[in-house]
Design a protein around this ligand. Structure first.
Ligand SMILES: NC(=O)c1ccc[n+]([C@@H]2O[C@H](COP(=O)([O-])OP(=O)(O)OC[C@H]3O[C@@H](n4cnc5c(N)ncnc54)[C@H](O)[C@@H]3O)[C@@H](O)[C@H]2O)c1
Ligand SMILES: O=C(O)CC[C@@H](O)C(=O)O
Length: 527
């Protein structure tokens, strides 16, 4: 009988569901805070169900020799080392949507709390002071609400904001113009949002692109008197910069549910008269906790008892029979999607996926989901093979599948063409007999390259001297080149260079490559 550990506080519903489905369960709600104890016992379990207190590090995973699945009762999985789990073959599942309404409502409550200084007024009234003149608020009606990140939660906040007769503007590179119209929001660039918003609320995941999205330079672009709400993740705001802006009066108020270091028991912003703080309560309602507990227990039981996979962040949904043949092509489709997604910086209107030869006969639904997962992953932390098609549809990305017999040299080929306002970019790949996916064409230029964890992609004019100068910059930065792949349209015409390197590429080295006269574009990619 599989055995599951619940190491954070979860509704009793979860315990009952595990038992009903034949899974042995230990409920130790405070264990997540005790790293040593968790390390000691994790080796006894096939499944681990968590919320945000348990940190599933590489060390914990190394000790979790039996572990097959981690279930996060909630959305954010930043307390789980997903790459390390993937490397050890442990599925990581979450429960998207279960707490979205609740979290959106908390953000709206925080906005009201700021507008009318409710926490301060409450404390003062309880102290017997009747400070009627101290607490002069502002109305929300007709104010501009700026939403950064208009996904599940951001969209709900947008709808509530429209209902409050606010003018809602949103910055989200993946928000399609059609979806913005449906929601009744105005899609704007980030600087415009900073310049116009009276209230700013954050609803993005914490990624390399969103970390410190509100720093001193962003704060200085905002209106004097702006109020800021963060119910997404600590780390999106530079807390010291926010404190300076609050102290100077440039920011009139901030409402924070999340902090860079949690639990936050002492903090420079605590006690500030214009700061409202809650201890990561965004998802804490009876309804949301019931939803996520039920969902996580069902999903984990289904996997442990039947092998069914739902809402996994690192695992495609594939039946046992088709798995051996499909798996390398799933990997190829996801890596091609990731390649295209990392190179695309504007809203995606469409994706055309051409399946040629043997692969056209396979489960192309799974392959298309894998391609969309890779494409959307740079922006959507929670996307997985189950949710990717719906998320693409919601964002107005039209997906076209084309199947045909082999036309070129490859028995099986997948070609992805990403369509944006500005351009179409195509990338194709195949799987050779060794089972390894390879890129064989980029923007119509043939080459042959394996995917590697860290790569540099360069487009350049085919002129003498490029390779030497490029290699010099990379070598001087102390980076070892693992493989070097070149392709060009014709002598002296457009050329492409795809280089696998050992380790991360420093920004300075990348900037130096970009500055070479024959280089048009250079980008660091991670797979
Ligand atoms: N406080 C809480 O208790 C609580 C509860 C639930 C979720 N959350 C957090 O809320 C966040 C959002 O959750 P969700 O379910 O709406 O996720 P989601 O994936 O549905 O939406 C995130 C949105 O952010 C957008 N985005 C990504 N990068 C961006 C960028 N650089 N600039 C602007 N937009 C960007 C994406 O396009 C997407 O639309 C997550 O970090 C989640 O962990 C917090
Ligand atoms: O479990 C919680 O209380 C917080 C969950 C929330 O941060 C999430 O990302 O879903």
């Amino acid at each position: 009988m599989p055995r599951v550990l619940i190491s954070d506080k979860l509704s009793p519903t979860a315990v009952q569901i595990f038992k009903d489905r034949g899974v042995e369960v230990d409920y130790l709600p405070d264990l997540g805070k005790d790293k040593d104890k968790l390390l000691e016992i994790i080796g006894n379990y096939d499944g681990l169900a968590i919320r945000s207190a348990t940190k599933v590090t590489e060390k914990i995973l190394a000790a979790a020799t039996r572990l097959r699945v981690i279930g996060r009762a909630g959305i954010g999985v930043d307390n789980v080392d997903v790459p390390a789990a993937t490397a050890r073959g442990v599925i990581v599942m979450n429960t998207p949507f279960g707490n979205s309404i609740t979290t959106a409502e908390h953000a709206v409550a925080m906005m009201f709390a700021l507008a009318r200084q409710i926490p301060e007024a409450n404390a003062s009234t309880h102290e017997g002071k009747w400070e009627k003149n101290r607490f002069m608020g502002v109305e929300l009606t007709s104010k501009t609400l700026g939403i950064i990140g208009c996904g599940n939660i951001g969209s709900i906040v947008a709808e509530r904001g429209v209902g409050l007769r606010m003018h809602v503007i949103a910055f989200d590179p993946f928000l399609s113009p059609e979806r913005a119209i449906d929601l009744g929001v105005e899609k704007v660039e980030l600087d415009e949002l900073f310049r116009r918003a009276d209230f700013i609320t954050l609803h993005t995941p914490l990624t390399d692109k969103t970390r410190n999205i509100i720093d001193i330079s962003a704060l200085l672009k905002m209106k004097k008197g702006v109020r800021i709400i963060n119910c997404a993740r600590g780390g999106l705001i530079v807390e010291a910069d926010l404190k300076a802006a609050l102290d100077s009066g440039h920011v009139a108020g901030a409402a924070l549910d999340v902090f860079e270091i949690e639990p936050a028991t002492a903090h420079p912003l605590f006690g500030h008269p214009n700061v409202v703080a809650t201890p990561h309560l965004g998802a804490s309602t009876t309804e949301a906790q019931e939803n996520v507990a039920l969902q996580v227990a069902e999903q984990m039981s289904d996997y442990l008892m039947k092998g069914a996979v739902q809402n996994a962040l690192n695992m495609p949904s594939i039946s046992a029979e088709e798995a051996p043949r499909l798996t390398p092509f799933v990997k190829l489709a996801e890596q091609l999607g990731s390649f295209a997604g990392q190179l695309t910086e504007t809203a995606i209107k469409g994706l055309r996926i051409e399946y040629e030869g043997d692969v056209a006969e396979m489960n192309t639904r799974a392959l298309t989901s894998a391609a969309l997962t890779g494409l959307l992953r740079p922006l959507l932390q929670t996307v997985n093979m189950v949710s990717a098609p719906a998320m693409a549809k919601e964002r107005g990305i039209a997906v076209e599948e084309v199947r045909r017999e082999a036309v070129g040299n490859h028995e099986a080929l997948i070609r992805l063409t990403v369509i944006t306002e500005r351009q179409e970019r195509g990338v194709a790949g195949t799987v050779f007999a060794d089972g390894k996916p390879r890129i064989v064409e980029i923007k119509g230029i043939g080459l042959e390259a394996e995917f590697a964890p860290s790569m540099i992609y360069v487009t350049n004019e085919d002129k003498p001297g490029f390779i030497g100068r490029f290699a010099g910059i990379i070598g001087d930065a102390g980076i070892n080149i693992a493989t070097f792949n070149l392709g060009r349209l014709a002598a002296g015409a457009d050329a492409i260079c795809l280089v696998a390197v050992d380790g991360a590429v420093p920004d300075a080295a990348l900037e130096a490559v970009k500055a070479l006269p024959m280089v048009r574009q250079a980008k660091a990619l991670a797979f």
